[in-house]
Write a protein of this length. Sequence first.
Length: 449
Amino acid sequence: MRRVRDRAVRPVSLPGVGALVNEPAYAELVKEHGRPRVVEAIRAQIAHERQNGGDESSRREAIEARLRADVAPRLRRVINASGVILHTNLGRAPLSKTAVDALAVAAGYSNLELDLESGKRGERATLVSGLLTALFGSASALVVNNNAAAVLLALTALCKGKEVIVSRGQLVEIGGAFRMPDVMRLSGARMVEVGTTNRTRAADYEEAITPKTAALLRVHTSNFRVTGFTESASLSELAEIARRHGVLLLDDLGSGAGEPIGDEPTVAESIAHCDVVTFSGDKLLGGPQAGIVLGRNEPVRKMSRHALARAVRIDKLTLAALEATLRQRLTGHAQEIPVERMLRASVDDVRRRAAMWSVKLAERGVETELVEGSSAVGGGSLPEHALPTVLLAIRGPASKLATALRVGEPPVIARIETDRCCLDARTVLRGEDETLLDAVEAAASSLRR
Ligand SMILES: *Cc1c(COP(=O)(O)O)cnc(C)c1O
């Protein structure tokens, strides 16, 4: 009777999970992956077979595949042929070889917090603060986890319980929920908005100053531009007002351009006028994720001694990569930093590389053509600054090609433009050419099949 009822419930007779896991065929999987995970994988496979049908002979294999897929590396190298240099989804700035080598040093034991001469405890931040002050010419420097943390730390350590004046035109949201009003609230500083979305004058800041004011805050509108009938106060005007009233001038610079590029404000200009300047390590600097704080001695020291500094401190691997990147910039080797090289590559450099690819792909039966286009800085920097480039358009269905490239090995991130699947050589790292060509050939031939 019982068996009949069972059959009515299960159209194909499926074994119980408990029985299967004890079968000799599964003993090895249990040994490798642990019983709970094998039980879970069996349960998932049986459920799958109940829905879709299945073959008993391939069951064990399917279960093993499930177990392997669960622990397969998710973070994979991809080739960025999108033409977006600081691609947020692809990890912003790719590190230089020197910076990558430095990661290995920090991975073992290192003198991270040990002064080798005196044998006394040192401070990790001092490993890079000297490089930063030398490179940017500020009195003091501090590094933290990222720029969001740097801004939060500055507001908390210097402005908590007091007022901070900011223009309504600069209440930015940076991707991933960094909203200036929220950061301000979190810090315990009271935000005082002045001006309008498109126009804020120096006098607006000055009129808002009260005895409770701790600082004026300038936020760089990294990822958007307001055009038309606009006005904003210059840093020198704000510095003048801040000095006159004895309040601080803070600058959330965002990208941190060392050299002039597009309409991006430079670090030097900010340091000349502000008490504290913050920006990201993995935007135009071309280093790892980090928050760079530059400024006058007293406010920077106050920030470094605040309890929050410990919570947002920089990790040792990051510090090593940052140190290497800064050293390269300081010693005239900036061209070895990938972001720098990509930004400075001329359209002829890109054209030569794309033309070489085109010839090699033709030999492998993949038809392409060169088209004029533009690369982007990305990463919430310079939204209107397009770098002229030459794209390699692959003949064939654009969307299918882009998908085939993305799911290939290694994944290649292309860009679809005017209905064509395009590769931008500007953002493809040195030494990746042959791998890229193999991947393109494989993707193109997978569509022919
Ligand atoms: C990018 C950016 C941030 C956030 O920096 P992270 O390093 O990503 O934390 C904050 N403010 C401005 C103006 C930015 O451009």
